[in-house]
Design a protein around this ligand. Structure first.
Ligand SMILES: C[S@@+](CC[C@H](N)C(=O)[O-])C[C@H]1O[C@@H](n2cnc3c(N)ncnc32)[C@H](O)[C@@H]1O
Length: 402
């Protein structure tokens, strides 16, 4: 493949935004793709995938290029040269790519395959944590799967359309999709495309949501007419799905500690044709206290390390800190303790994370159950990234029995 100057320069500039300005990779990709309206599907694919790969393989490329963590323009180019050689791109005659040591790069790459921290391009602390939590064999498989490119998955909004009708509509707009067995509401894009500019999106026919994440709302076993509280609703990915499963009937209360996220939720709810959501910012203890023992269903989509979604957010490998993981585990326990009180007797609760670490998942739930005999575990699903091919997730369904 021939490298195009404006595409590569977009990638180089994007790396500086991610590593020097601390911007999120997915937002930077979004911005980068808007840079030139004339780019076709292949150009867009190159830009998005190359930015993600440069972030994902940062440690490996640093080691091969000898750039360590210094992210100067010169070093970004050196890392790009490593990527270009490893992907077999024909190196153009540009100043920045003069004298690239192709054979040395390939040799060093082979040599580093023996060490997991380089092979999988992860910080030492994360590797140690993964091994401690999952054991070497499982962790090795998980981290390898989490380094693959994430596919674009849509969730059909059944309040407005059907899966078949959406597929047809997108096809008319030049986007080919296919269903995924075992995921009732999911369509997978055959090729990366900007779905947000489609008429189908503007009409609220779908949301972009990973296949594993789509399992969470279904797990809560909601019915039309119920009172449901989505406690950590954020911008509402799961709330919108819950509303669709409730067929817009009943009461869905979406809460979060950030008003800005709930504002986004409201905009999305309008586009989705959702009418049964009310949002509440948790700005005092009173907000939740008032709803104690009133809910048929409670979703706790807890804040977590996000280790299960590294595919989608490869920059987390470099931004996440071990202390954050320790602290978030404490927060999860507090959240479980507090929000479980919203469930009425006979009601149910789902505790979910986008992590694959037992400390955030089954161990967290077990600790909760040890001190809460009024709850019992109905089922749990530990969604492995390598077995599912999608994000790593965890969900547990608990019933309040007394
Ligand atoms: C995993 S994200 C939620 C994603 C969201 N449910 C979705 O499907 O798009 C976790 C959310 O918990 C929120 N959060 C963090 N601490 C919280 C707390 N103490 N109470 C309620 N929400 C909290 C965060 O702001 C974040 O939006």
């Amino acid at each position: 493949m021939r490298l195009h100057r404006n595409l590569v320069f977009t990638v180089i500039d994007s790396m500086k935004l991610i590593f020097n300005e601390g911007e999120y990779a997915d937002k930077v990709v979004e911005k980068a793709l808007k840079r030139d309206k004339r780019w076709g599907a292949r150009d867009r694919k190159f830009v998005a995938e190359t930015i993600y790969d440069m972030v994902r393989w940062k440690r490996l490329y640093n080691e091969i290029a000898g750039t360590k963590s210094h992210y100067t323009t010169e070093n970004v180019w050196k890392n790009f040269a490593v990527l270009a050689v490893l992907k077999g791109y024909k190196l153009p005659d540009w100043n920045q790519l003069q004298g690239v040591p192709e054979r040395r790069i390939k040799g060093k790459f082979d040599e580093l395959q023996k060490e997991r921290v380089f092979k999988e391009s992860i910080p030492d602390w994360m590797d140690e944590l993964g091994v401690k939590e999952l054991g070497v064999e499982k962790w090795t498989k998980e981290i390898s799967a989490l380094n693959e490119q994430a596919e674009v998955i849509l969730r059909v909004n059944t309040l407005k359309t059907t899966k078949l009708a959406l597929q047809k509509k997108l096809e008319d707009e030049g986007i080919e999709t296919e269903p995924i067995r075992g995921y009732e509401y999911a369509l997978k894009l055959k090729e990366r495309a900007n779905v947000f500019t489609t008429e189908a999106f503007k009409l609220g026919f779908f949301e972009v949501q990973d296949a594993s994440s789509q399992l969470v709302a279904e797990y809560l076993d909601v019915k039309p007419g119920m009172k449901v509280i989505d406690t950590c609703a954020g911008a509402g990915g799961k709330s919108l799905h819950l509303a669709a499963l409730m067929e817009n009937k009943g009461q869905l209360i979406s809460t979060d500690i950030y008003e800005s996220k709930l504002k986004k939720l409201k905009i999305r709810a309008r586009r989705n044709g959702v009418h049964n959501i009310t949002t509440k910012v948790i700005d005092s203890l009173k907000v939740m206290k008032k709803m104690k023992s009133t809910a048929d269903r409670v979703l706790i989509d807890a804040p977590c390390s996000g280790i299960g979604v590294l595919k989608r957010n490869p920059d987390s490998k470099w931004k996440l800190q071990p202390e954050f993981v320790d602290n978030i585990i404490k927060t999860q326990a507090e959240i479980l303790e507090e929000y479980s009180q919203l469930v009425k007797v006979g009601g149910k609760m789902v505790y979910a994370t986008c992590s694959i670490l037992p400390s955030e998942n089954e161990k967290q739930v077990q600790l909760f159950l040890n001190s809460h005999p009024e709850f019992q575990l109905e089922k749990q699903n530990k969604v492995s990234a390598y077995k599912s091919g999608y994000d790593g997730f965890y969900m547990a369904l608990l019933e309040r029995i007394s």
